[in-house]
Design a binder for this molecule. Structure first.
Ligand code: UD1
Length: 378
């Protein structure tokens, strides 16, 4: 069997690393299995891509489609056009996609139309907010995937309610948390940025188009952060989308603005913080596992389990609410959370076990492995 594993953007890399490792560790029992890593190039800067490969021990991609940035239509179309010849040449049995970025939906759609089976890791998450590009990507990818791997049972319920057959859904846990557990020791041993002391600073991340593309919305949110900085230093690693929009906004001197951080230093930063303010998806999950209070500055979340049993509180973008909730945490009233079921560092093992056990029923394109292919024979 041949598997193409797709990654394209920063939040994909921590999800594929444990899957690649789990395939490698099953090498002995499955000598004819081949795995190829495809990087679409949706994220391409050193600090958005290469540094993550290094930190997570991911091998060089077998193929880089080098699509780069663009509008949603341009980027999605370029990924599809570049991925189709790869599928035709390598004739995989499975394409494995993760998360909800443009690379996820583009490669799922390309593969499915060629009759190749698609597995979606992190299926079934729903924000019910169709203004989020990721929600559209999630819905489309899940609708056409053959096997859907979920991180929690709420995601299973979402899929069942959309008519997905239960045999196609596998509740396996969270591969992003597999990476966290593998790397947390090294992450905690790294030095903190200058001037920060463990447990005595907040971390801020902001990159959702809904928050940063509107100058008014961004100024309101950062106004709230300026007030919070009166009480606690804030460290702000800035995403490239946001960096270009900060000009002219006055930030409190206790807000330390940094460039995008790679995986290990960022994980180490979050793990030793007093609280996190974010609009990210994955950070809601990481803070829940680390037991760090998280305020999510969005009106909704596709990860409600982190609010239901974790440390996450959805605060929206009203500055008064953001400051009120942050003050409550700083005054010692953070909510205690628990860790969701199966977020135990073994999700990738379960995924690979299920994929290797799938019936050998040939996909339309299957013709066996080509010995000249550059794939890793696991
Ligand atoms: C994408 C994902 C989002 C994810 C985020 C994490 C989609 C629809 N969105 O959003 O779900 O949370 O990645 O980062 O797929 N840029 C660089 N270097 C890079 C990549 C991008 O400088 O390596 C800049 C470019 O100016 C680009 C902008 O960042 O225009 C935004 O990048 P893009 O990939 O369009 O979307 P993200 O906002 O990063």
């Amino acid at each position: 069997m041949k598997y193409l594993i797709v990654a394209g953007a920063r939040p994909n890399f921590m999800k594929i690393a444990p899957i690649l490792r789990a395939f490698s560790s099953r090498r002995n029992g499955h000598p004819s299995t081949r795995v190829l890593l495809i990087h679409t190039g949706q994220h391409y800067s050193r600090n958005m891509s290469d540094d993550f490969f290094r930190d997570l021990g991911i091998p060089e991609p077998d193929i880089n489609l080098e699509v780069g940035s663009g509008s949603h239509a341009e980027q999605t179309a370029r990924i599809m056009m570049a991925f189709e010849p790869v599928c035709l040449e390598h004739r995989p049995d499975w394409v494995v996609v993760v998360g909800d970025v443009n690379s996820t939906v583009a490669c799922a759609l390309t593969a499915k139309k060629l009759g190749i089976r698609v597995a979606h890791v992190e299926a079934g998450l729903r924000s019910r907010d169709m203004s989020m590009p990721e929600e559209i990507n999630r819905l489309c990818t899940d609708a056409i995937s053959d096997v859907l791997f979920t991180t929690d049972t709420m995601a299973d319920e979402n899929l069942l309610s959309e008519g997905v057959a239960s045999e196609r859904i596998h509740f396996v846990g969270n591969t992003m948390i597999d990476s966290l557990q593998q790397q947390i020791g090294s992450a905690r041993s790294l030095p903190l940025p200058d001037g920060l002391e463990s447990g005595q600073y907040a971390v801020l991340t902001l990159h959702r188009p809904a928050n940063v593309d509107s100058p008014d919305r961004l100024a309101l949110i950062l106004g709230a952060i300026n007030s919070i900085a009166e009480r606690i230093p804030v460290v702000f690693p800035v995403h490239p989308r946001t960096a270009s929009r900060l000009d002219g906004i006055k930030l409190h001197p206790r807000i330390q603005v940094l460039g995008p951080m790679s995986y290990l230093p960022f994980l180490g930063l979050v793990a030793r913080s007093q609280m996190v303010l974010t609009d990210s998806g994955g950070i809601q999950e990481e803070t829940t596992v680390l037991g760090i209070p998280c305020l999510t500055m969005r009106p909704n979340t596709e990860r409600p389990i982190t609010c239901e049993i974790g440390t996450n509180v959805l605060v929206g973008t009203d500055p008064q609410r953001i400051v009120k909730e942050a003050t409550s945490i700083l005054d010692g009233h953070a909510r205690a959370g628990t860790i969701p079921e199966k977020w135990d560092g073994r999700a990738a093992e379960r995924i690979v076990g299920i994929l290797l056990n799938q019936s050998g029923e040939a996909s339309t394109l299957q013709r066996g492995c080509s010995s000249s292919s550059p794939s890793h024979c696991i």
